[in-house]
Design a protein. Sequence first.
Length: 171
Amino acid sequence: MDGPLNPADLWPAPPGTAQQTEPQRWVWAAMEPAERRMRMRELGGWVDWLRTTFELHNTLTHCWYRHSAVVEHLTALYAGWTRTYAAEQEPGRELAEADWINTLHAFTPRLKLAACATGTHQEPPMTVPPPAGSGEDFELYLTLSDATTAPAAHPAAAELRRREAELQAPL
């Protein structure tokens, strides 16, 4: 990383200057490797700022980038943070900053990696391969299950019809 992130660099440019475009949504697997490395550095700088600003030193381990679930959570937090603090204020979003901080606190337990809390990285558990035939079982379920084959029916259809009839009734 080139140094700590200055969050002010992400704020909208003053009127009359070149406007920085809002970051696109990040889908790590869809990025080319060079872009993935660049975005990871950007995220890493922001994570350093986040750890310091919100005193997450004991929550967010230094090996966060080795854990895909934590990377996805941090990516969502970062994208939300840039939209909250760097984008134009939307009507009805007067508490956007407070909402973002509440979201951060809601995400905090998911950022904690107990296995790595001592400062030594532990690899995530291996993924258990699906049992033989599970793909076929899934397709069979999609073909035969009432959950996927029943005709469309809104659970409140009778109530919707009753309300519509009330609106149509002569006065």
